[in-house]
Design a protein around this ligand. Structure first.
Ligand code: RB5
Length: 145
């Protein structure tokens, strides 16, 4: 899968760990930064990743900040993005099954490395169920017109 990834300063270390995981899993990734602990503004990175996903260059995106919340708020401003902030495996799985989420956000200050790995894996490996859920997503898309 082609995956765009980004973080702010609070998330960059976790981003490096997620990148290693994605490489092990043979995904193709592009890193949109940031790449150190210098303070930056999360919207800059969320918008880059979200726009790259809606441009069709990537199937999915992953965004990491301190809480996952700022990234999620920002990414959802981009038309066509269905970003979710998930901090457990159940909601990560459901966000794919029912919401066809195309960007996963989470907080590096919320989760440990093992939880992050479990959440990322289930989110990438779960397909959208379609059916009645597609009708609901169509209503979201219609609201963006
Ligand atoms: C940065 O301190 C922090 O506010 C940011 O990483 C994120 O948690 C915002 O939602």
């Amino acid at each position: 899968m082609k995956i765009a990834i980004g973080s702010d300063h609070a998330g960059w270390k976790a981003k490096e760990e997620v990148k290693s995981l994605l490489q092990q899993l043979k995904h193709t990734i592009e890193d949109f930064g940031t790449n150190n602990e210098d303070s930056v503004d999360y919207p800059d990175y969320a918008l880059k990743v979200a726009r790259a996903v809606t441009a069709g260059k990537f199937e999915r995106g992953i965004l990491i900040c301190g809480t996952g919340l700022g990234m999620c708020l920002t990414a959802n401003k981009v038309k066509g993005i269905r970003a979710v902030a998930c901090h457990d495996e159940f909601t990560a799985e459901m966000s794919r099954l029912h919401n066809d989420a195309n960007i996963l956000c989470f907080g590096a200050r919320v989760l440990g490395a093992e939880q992050i790995e479990a959440i990322v894996k289930i989110w990438l490996n779960t397909a959208f169920e379609g059916g009645r859920h597609q009708r609901r997503l169509d209503k979201i898309s219609d609201s963006e017109k």
